[in-house]
Design a protein around this ligand. Structure first.
Ligand SMILES: NC(=O)c1ccc[n+]([C@@H]2O[C@H](COP(=O)([O-])OP(=O)(O)OC[C@H]3O[C@@H](n4cnc5c(N)ncnc54)[C@H](OP(=O)(O)O)[C@@H]3O)[C@@H](O)[C@H]2O)c1
Length: 296
């Protein structure tokens, strides 16, 4: 059984990933994991010495680094802090993992791309981030490639899940407060459910995979289409949604207009892709309404 250390375990993805890894099953216990979950209270990845000694203290076989400064507009205003957590922090984790010969897994983002390709991005396409968050995450990827031979970079996007503020929870909240919403219609991506992503991460670990993979729910839409789907599936069609441009919204960080990620490589590796985003969304909304456990 492999010992897995998850850093950033109390975040939106972290909490579902812990549940999925703890319930993973395999033949002869090969595919099972002993999981340790740490967050800021246990480790601060900005601190090099502390990060190294803490990782050496538990001697994991695999370290999954989810810890990040994830406020994309906040990163634009706090460049130094974004680099300190997302880039330097990744380097510290990579050094700690290397000291105990552990595999390292890093969650990265579609925002490493500029969105100008016009068709889904392959793992081999050249990155060209438009904002500080994307730049800091790309640096994290580069440190990982430099510091750790046995690494896994998993790029994902537009995450939602039960354990964090996200687009779905914001739309459901706003729809109760306002009769009409204005939502950006010039950014296209794939909304991705944290539980589905967690299962793909578990499968990649069970396969002993290495290198870079894209992992998102299948299909693509704009934020506007996504918002309408959330309202329709929640029987809140009475709320009006107006499409607007990113320019009109005027957020500090520029986002790519088309950052859909191709997932063929993932399918070849683990034998399946994540289900279509609309199916995952319906399941997630059912989970919210029924309060049933996510991982049976
Ligand atoms: N959310 C998305 O749509 C998305 C898309 C693409 C990629 N990703 C990547 O996926 C990963 C998980 O995302 P998420 O949405 O689950 O993020 P999240 O909810 O913000 O979770 C990140 C966790 O890391 C902790 N953390 C922050 N700074 C830390 C530090 N210096 N040392 C240790 N822990 C620290 C945070 O604690 P505090 O909350 O106390 O700060 C939080 O619990 C991140 O690497 C992110 O870049 C996310």
């Amino acid at each position: 059984m492999k010992r897995v250390l998850v850093i950033g375990a109390k975040g939106m993805l972290g909490r579902d990933l812990l549940e999925v890894l703890r319930s993973a099953r395999g033949e002869n216990r090969q595919g099972e994991f002993e999981v340790i979950g740490w967050d800021l209270q246990e480790i601060d990845i900005r601190q090099e010495a502390g990060t190294l000694s803490k990782i050496e203290g538990v001697r994991p076989d695999i370290v999954i680094n989810l810890a990040a400064y994830t406020d994309v507009d906040g990163c634009e205003k706090n460049r130094d802090e974004a680099l300190r957590v997302n880039a330097e922090g990744m380097k510290h984790v990579a050094r700690g993992a290397r000291a105990v010969s552990a595999k390292i897994v890093y969650l990265s983002t579609d925002y490493v791309f500029d969105g100008k390709k016009g068709e889904p991005y392959l793992e081999t396409d050249s990155p060209n981030p438009l904002n500080v968050y994307g730049q800091s995450k790309l640096k994290g990827e580069e440190y990982l490639q430099q510091w750790a031979e046995d690494h896994l970079i998993i790029r994902t996007q537009w995450l939602y899940g039960r354990h964090g503020r996200n687009f779905v929870s914001s739309i459901l909240r706003l729809a109760k407060e306002k009769p009409d919403l204005s939502i950006v219609d010039d950014q296209t991506g794939s909304p991705t459910y944290t539980v589905d992503l967690s299962r793909a991460i578990a499968a990649l670990l069970q396969h002993g995979s290495r290198g870079t993979f894209h992992a998102v729910n299948q299909g693509a839409c704009t934020w506007y289409t996504f918002a309408r789907s959330i309202l329709t599936a929640s029987r809140m069609e009475n709320v009006t949604v107006t499409p607007i441009s990113s320019e009109r919204l005027g957020r500090p960080a520029v986002r790519p207009s088309y950052s859909v990620l191709d997932t063929q490589k993932l399918r070849q590796e683990i034998g399946s892709e994540l289900r279509p985003w609309s199916e995952a969304l319906r399941d997630y909304l059912n989970v919210l309404q029924s309060n049933r456990p996510v991982v049976p």
